[in-house]
Design a protein around this ligand. Structure first.
Ligand code: UDX
Ligand code: UDX
Length: 463
């Protein structure tokens, strides 16, 4: 069997870009991305490719090239499953908000629904690929459901975790550090692995395609995210110590990063990591460790999340303390709402939690983000259920540009490291603000000397 038809369930941040790149690199394969969310599919099919639902540098160009040729977006889930020889599952696996494992375990209900739907619809043998990040041994559950389909169809389950980072997703997909594929050791399993290897081999060098057993692959994804998040929490822990001792966290990061064993990447102190993966995956790891009675392992990793929460609250507390212990009725400008630059994704963004703390102190917040709109900001705040929706509407506004956001503000909080923030006319911003004018730089992004020369009171994380 040679794969000619791929279906991907879930047209989100992972499914959309991944399938766009597979379609671009494999014009001989028909790729259909399906989703239950009709609006999302309609947006992926928007005539103007700049209106597709996800912003990623170079994504719209790839969609423009492949869409309608061999890349399709559809709500006809069953038809796409039936036609495909290989099915990727890219649905979301949020942290459970109810029952056993609430607040910790991954909610696998969407994964199970997908498995049941595939089992019901499939009429011929299929390879099912787990793309979503899943707890170790989820493949077992999927296999149980699929194998009990009652229509004699054979399934092979592969784990092929995604390592793309938002903002650089296309780059990460086109030249990955590695592609990881886990499968069964049986000859059928090995054959399924080779089918997926053959797809990636269209553009990824063979020595970067790593094959393992399913469980190693599932656990490697959680481990990679845990290690990355741990680096951020480690440098953030040092940032607090730097502020007390007169050390500068940027200098410390540079000094340790030159050690080739440590390396220079992922050492930027910040107001805290966000995004849909880090916290969710670590909590999931903690839950798994606890469920095996490995309490020390669980506590070790949980500390990474505890440190991250501390960093976010520490940032807002410092703003309140510095503004003479009250922000009530004061306008605070937020530069950035996305969880990192070059994305419109706001899931778990530190900005949400900092805003929530300041709103509890009755501040007025004016946000400018190059890619995030007011509806999303209100959604994020309402989701916390700290106050009524009308209170959030009253206290949070979206500015059309940074100058409007900062006009008459007491302070600026930099929450996302968008490059364009560095290019603003900071003198003009200073002139329009109430004095003393404060900048709280949660990303170590701006030039201290330039701002202090203008007259700003400038504070950066870790110095
Ligand atoms: C998700 C998970 O968050 C992540 O853990 C995993 O590694 C990959 O999948 P992401 O693509 O960012 O990441 O999620 P999201 O943007 O929420 O997209 C998931 C899509 O699946 C949504 O569009 C949702 O409508 C769709 N979906 C969900 C279905 O089509 N069917 C379902 O049963 C459930
Ligand atoms: C992450 C992983 O990098 C990726 O491999 C996985 O597939 C999904 O999760 P993502 O969440 O998109 O990707 O972005 P990432 O670049 O890892 O950043 C996560 C958060 O950490 C962001 O809020 C970012 O601002 C923060 N961060 C990152 C820091 O605060 N400091 C750093 O040095 C690096």
């Amino acid at each position: 069997m040679k794969v000619k038809n791929i279906c991907c369930i879930g047209a989100g941040y992972v499914g959309g870009p991944t399938m766009a790149v597979i379609a671009q690199k494999c014009p001989q394969i028909k790729v259909t991305v399906v989703d239950l969310n009709e609006n999302r599919i309609a947006a992926w099919n928007h005539l103007d490719v700049n209106k597709i639902p996800i912003y990623e540098p170079n994504l719209s160009e790839i969609v423009a090239e492949a869409r309608g040729r061999n890349l399709f977006f559809s709500t006809e889930v069953e038809k796409a499953i039936e036609e495909a020889e290989m099915i990727f599952i890219s649905v979301n696996t949020p942290t459970k908000t109810y029952g056993v494992g609430k607040g910790m375990a991954a909610d696998l209900k969407y994964i199970e629904l997908c498995a049941r739907q595939i089992a019901r619809v499939a009429k011929n043998d299929k390879i099912v690929v787990e793309k979503s990040t899943l707890p170790v041994r989820t493949a077992r559950a999927i296999k149980d459901i699929l194998d009990n389909n009652g229509n004699g169809v054979q399934f092979q389950i592969l784990s092929n975790p995604e390592f793309l980072a938002e903002g650089t997703a296309i780059q990460d997909l086109i030249s990955p550090d590695r592609v990881l594929i886990g499968g069964d050791s049986t000859s059928e399993g090995q054959n399924a692995i080779q089918q997926l290897v053959a797809i990636y081999a269209n553009w990824v060098p063979n020595d970067k395609i790593l094959t393992t057993n399913v469980w190693s692959s599932e656990l490697s994804k959680l481990t990679a995210n845990a290690f990355l998040a741990q680096r951020v929490s480690s440098i953030n822990a040092m940032s607090e110590l730097c502020e007390k001792t007169g050390a500068d966290v940027k200098e410390v990061a540079k000094a340790i990063g030159l050690d080739s064993r440590i390396g220079p990447k992922f050492l930027n102190a910040s107001v805290g990591f966000g995004g849909s993966c880090f916290q969710k995956d670590i909590l999931n790891l903690v839950y798994i460790a606890k469920s095996y009675g490995l309490n020390q392992v669980a506590e070790y990793w949980e500390q990474v999340v505890i440190m991250n929460d501390h960093q976010k609250h520490r940032f807002s507390k410092n703003i309140i303390k510095t503004l003479y212990d009250t922000v009530s009725g004061k306008k605070i400008a937020f530069l950035g709402w996305a969880f990192k630059k070059d994305t419109n994704d706001t899931r778990e963004s530190a900005a949400i939690y900092v805003a929530d703390d300041l709103l509890c102190e009755q501040a007025i917040i004016s946000v400018f983000d190059p890619k995030v709109g007011l509806e999303q900001i209100q959604f994020d705040l309402n989701y916390l259920e700290t106050r009524t929706e009308s209170k959030n509407i009253e206290a949070v506004e979206l500015a059309n540009n940074p100058y409007e956001a900062c006009n008459n503000a007491h302070a600026i909080a930099v929450l996302t490291e968008w490059d364009e923030f560095k290019t603003y006319d900071w003198q003009k911003i200073y002139d329009s603000m109430l004095k003393p004018a404060f900048v709280f730089d949660g990303r170590n992004l701006l030039e201290r000397e330039v701002l202090e020369k203008i007259g700003f009171v400038y504070q950066a994380i870790g110095s």
